[in-house]
Every structure is written in C-alpha cells, then in structure tokens.
Design a binder for this molecule. Structure first.
Ligand code: 2AM
Length: 190
C-alpha cells in the first residue's frame, strides 16, 4: 500500500484554515486551481510510496520507536508559500526544530525497515492547499490571502501513518483519499 508518515492537525485547527481557504476560493483564478480535499489535510513527515505488506510489522515497530523517543511540541499553521508556479500551501511555525527531528526520525525508521526511500531533500513543512492545472494561474493573490494567517497553536502529540488511496475512477482532477492507519504517541524518551 501507498504510505506516508504525517502530523494530522486537530479538526479545529483545520477549520480555522478552512475559513481562510473559503475566502481564497472567491479570488480570480481560483477555478484554475485544483483544491485539495479537506478531510485529507495533513503535514507530511516522510513519504514512503508503495510499501510491501511484508515490511509493515518492522515499519510499525520502528515508527513507534521514533515517536517514543521524540517529545511533544507546539505548532501552529502559519502563512502561505508555493513550490514553483504549481503548488500552493500553508506553512507552520513554532516547534520547527522538533518537527524536522520527527521527520528525520520517521524517514530513518522507514529506511531501516527496508522501505526504499527517495534521496533526502531539504525538509520543508507544508500543507498543500491547491495545485495549479497549468502555469497560467498567478498564485500571488492567494499568497497575499494567506500572508496574515496565524492559526491557534496546538500540541503535536502523535506520529501518524497514513495510507494514500489513489483515485481509480479516471475522473480528471479526482483527489486521493487519505486514511490514518495507525498512530503512536510522542513521548520524549530520548
Ligand atoms: P505534497 O502535498 O507536496 O504533494 C501524500 O502524497 C503526501 O506525501 C503529500 O503531502 C505529498 O506532498 C507527499 N509527498 C512527498 N513526496 C511525494 C512523492 N514523491 N509522491 C507523492 N507524494 C509525495
């Protein structure tokens, strides 16, 4: 199955973000963007891709250990950013060092469990809000709309394992469906 490790912000925090994103939907160009589905909003820590079922027991043990070692930390959704001209996202602020540490540990856990991980890229925490269908959409108005956004902080207390179910309908623009398959508490034991 297709898997990734993630932090799942609490529903109230996603509602705050949802109010801002509702306003973005009314901006010129909004129809040229494919908006991500809200029940699936997440902060990816480590993307694993297709994982053999045989690796799952070891992967779970190693992710549990990564969570056990890492302390809970505060985080809030914050501002906006983009990757090139195609992806629009909101970022995070607060315990960025702890978040990066958790991402590194999740990545290492997957590697040690035998998951062939992609090469390390610089970890850029983000929650993808929309992707442009073409380069033609000017993302600036959307970035302006996100610039002042400061979500309420929460305490990140769990490392989640999420399954990505890719659309099978063939309908253009249909979104993957994300499903939390497991989660481990952050315990800060070392
Ligand atoms: P994105 O939001 O920037 O696209 C599930 O696909 C999650 O894993 C998404 O948050 C996605 O980031 C992230 N991800 C990281 N690397 C990926 C890859 N090579 N393919 C698909 N998703 C990836």
């Amino acid at each position: 199955m297709r898997l990734f490790a993630a932090v799942l912000p609490p529903p109230e925090r996603l509602d705050e973000l949802g109010h801002v994103v509702d306003r973005l939907h009314h901006l010129p160009g909004a129809h040229g963007l494919r908006w991500t589905s809200r029940p699936g909003w997440h902060l990816t820590l480590a993307f694993m891709g297709e994982v053999d079922d045989g690796l799952l027991p070891e992967l779970r043990v190693r992710l549990a250990r990564a969570a056990h070692r890492t302390p809970p930390f505060p985080l809030r959704l914050h501002g906006g950013g983009h990757f090139g001209r195609r992806a629009l996202w909101t970022g995070v602020a607060g315990g960025l060092d702890e978040l990066r540490l958790l991402a590194e540990r999740a990545d290492a856990a997957a590697r040690r469990a035998g998951v062939p991980m992609e090469e390390h890229r610089r970890y850029q925490a983000h929650l993808t809000l929309a992707r442009a269908r073409a380069d033609a959409v000017d993302l600036h108005p959307f970035l302006d709309g996100l610039a002042g956004f400061e979500g309420t902080r929460w305490e990140v207390g769990e490392l989640a394992l999420v399954r990505s179910n890719l659309p099978v309908s063939g309908v253009r623009g249909e979104q993957p469906r994300y499903e939390r398959v497991d989660g481990w508490p952050l315990e800060g034991a070392g």
